[in-house]
Design a protein around this ligand. Structure first.
Ligand code: B12
Ligand code: SF4
Length: 514
């Protein structure tokens, strides 16, 4: 069979990283089938486009995966595929919770021939076989011989052939810069961010989060050896193509078992498998100095921290009382001392939030080492405890918000402000943290750090700005660069002077005596 795995675009940002599920399922597909991957964020496609692609390429089965925010697009694309007579299997967190919606059993129209519930590592080969035999079932659930839910152990973990996969659609170096950098031989012909998991599951059960329900509170880890080998494979690919590779450890809480994380990091260091990486770790686990030392030594550059709020009452409300706002500054300084920076994520519109919450949060942020703050709204995702609480309280204003997804729009009424006020808080957060003045201040505040770190923060800030203020086209980028020209030129000048200084030293140094 010819199988297409498709991930719909999110409509807000372009690709910055492939989606792991596609590569994982491709690796788990029996060899006698041919699998093609299309990520809509890298290769935009509309309904007519996918129908044409499927017909022209004689595709026999299409697999579509999507988060809640992309599900409306996913359904439209699935409808287009089914309209040309090709079956569609859907999977991922949204349809796992809303299988009846995808199968048209809730009164709406049917979008999928089959739905894979939960983790599909074990069910996928069976789905493929059933599709090949033309007898797809409606629902595939990962259960053992006794009908009990079963989760993949991740040992062994499928080897994803990162050295052979065509990753042309995932190069972050713009075409123009590519030829220039290639000529300079700077090792920047390609820059890819690759998703990798070292384990699954998080027991914390924050009220708004899908993860504990989806992956379960039993945490499972890959072996250290399997993670190290994957890093080595990626590192050698980057070397071969004279490019750069960074890894995003997509584990929901990379240090959930600190002892195990330390042992993995030690093995990465021992094998010299370091690449630059990002990981998500909750603030409470970053109290450990030795852990942070190992993170830095193993290549960790950015840590995503779900801070959510600086108000302990809010944190308690969403079952995230283990976050202690009083220790945020110390955690960030601990990281910054090792040149590791934080992506700090905040949620506005929580029940104890009142107007001015964005400025109050920013006042704190400005006292912390410069990083990448991001702001979102409390969102009731299907089947989360938050969704159930708000539904029971009659507070959902758009109970099926995903059917008409609007970025940064609330789907329920906050308690102590209006929906419009919550939207204004998020806008204020982004506008203040990503204004040219704020970006320049963030970069300047790191004046004592090497130039490379400041360039890193500058580029990251310019890119992250696009999460809220869409900057997908060339024109949008020209505008952003022009608005931030002062700080860009300042760093460029400093870089040029350093480069000229190093050239002068080479010329001045006496010729070696043979
Ligand atoms: C990496 C990640 C991202 C990346 C996404 C980009 C990327 N290229 O991966 C980034 C950091 C950008 C991101 C952003 C967001 N994310 Co996110 N993200 C994740 C994360 C941590 C890992 C995803 C992953 O790769 N998992 C590992 C793979 C193996 O699991 P999987 O994708 O679920 O796939 C398995 C099954 O679902 C199934 N499957 C999946 N697809 C398909 C398709 C078929 C055909 C089949 C058969 C099976 C199948 O098989 C796979 C193997 O078992 C998850 C949490 C998690 N642990 O999954 C959250 C998660 C997916 N994100 C979530 C959310 C809410 C967001 C944001 C909306 C957050 C926000 N408020 O801004 C944004 C939206 C981004 C955007 N604009 O699109 C939610 C989604 C919940 C939901 N119901 O949709 C999750 C589950 C986390 C959570 N807290 O609940 N995210
Ligand atoms: S710590 Fe993170 S992954 Fe775990 S339940 Fe809370 S928000 Fe979800």
């Amino acid at each position: 069979m010819k199988i297409l795995l498709y991930n719909p675009d999110n409509g807000v940002t372009r690709n910055f990283m492939p989606h792991l599920w596609m590569f994982l399922l491709k690796s788990l597909t029996p060899d006698n089938h041919e699998v093609t991957l299309i990520d809509g964020n890298a290769q935009p496609m509309d309904e007519a486009g996918i129908a044409l692609y499927v017909r022209e390429n004689k595709i026999d089965l299409v697999g579509i995966g999507a988060m809640t925010r992309m599900i409306a697009k996913a359904y439209r694309m699935a409808d287009a595929v089914r309209s040309v007579g090709v079956p569609v299997v859907m999977g991922g967190p949204h349809v796992t919770e809303m299988a009846n919606e995808a199968l048209g059993r809730d009164g709406g129209s049917r979008h999928a021939d089959a739905v894979a519930l939960g983790e599909a590592d074990q069910t996928w080969p069976q789905i493929v076989q059933d599709a090949a035999e033309g007898k797809l079932k409606d629902i595939y659930a990962p259960v053992d011989a006794f009908g009990q839910e079963s989760k993949p152990s991740l040992q062994p973990y499928p080897a994803i052939p990162w050295d052979k996969i065509n990753l042309d659609q995932f190069n972050l170096v713009p075409k123009m810069a590519k030829s220039l950098l290639g000529k300079l031989g700077a090792g920047w012909g390609t820059f890819r961010i690759i998703p990798m998991e070292s384990g699954r599951g998080c027991p914390y059960g924050c009220e708004f989060c899908t993860v504990t329900g989806f992956f379960g509170d039993s945490i499972r880890f890959r072996s250290n050896e399997s993670v190290v080998n994957e890093l080595l494979l990626l590192k050698s690919r980057a070397k071969k193509e004279l490019g750069q590779i960074a890894v995003f450890f997509i584990d929901d809480n990379f240090a959930i078992n600190v002892k195990r994380t330390k042992s993995l990091l030690r093995d990465i260091i021992a094998a010299e498998a370091q690449v630059h990486w990002v990981a998500q770790i909750s603030a409470n686990l970053l109290r450990d100095e030795e852990l942070v030392d190992l993170i830095a030594a193993a290549g960790g550059k950015w840590i995503f921290i779900g801070m959510e709020s600086i108000d302990p009452a809010n944190l308690k409300d969403v079952n995230k009382g283990f976050n202690k706002p009083g220790e945020y500054a110390a955690v960030l300084e601990r990281l910054a001392r090792r040149n590791v920076y934080a992506i700090t994520s905040f949620i506005f519109g929580m029940d104890n939030d009142t107007t001015g919450v964005a400025e109050r949060t920013l006042e704190q942020i400005r006292t912390w080492p410069a990083g990448l703050p991001i702001f979102g709204l409390l969102t009731p995702l299907p089947a989360t405890p938050l969704y159930k609480r708000l539904e029971l309280a009659g507070r959902l204003t758009r109970p099926k918000h995903w059917q008409e997804f609007i970025p940064f729009e609330m789907a329920h009424t906050p308690l102590k402000m209006t929906i419009a006020e919550a939207h204004a808080e998020v806008k204020y957060g982004w506008a203040s943290a990503y204004s040219p003045k704020a970006i320049a201040q963030a970069v300047d505040s790191l004046f004592y750090k090497p130039l490379g770190y400041r360039i890193n923060i500058l580029i990251a800030r310019l890119c992250f700005r696009g999460i809220y203020f869409p900057q997908m086209g060339r024109f949008a980028w020209v505008k952003v660069i022009s608005e931030n020209r002062r700080i860009i030129l300042k760093l460029a000048k400093e870089g040029f002077q350093a480069w000229r200084g190093s050239r002068m030293k080479v010329v001045e140094s006496p010729a070696p005596i043979v």
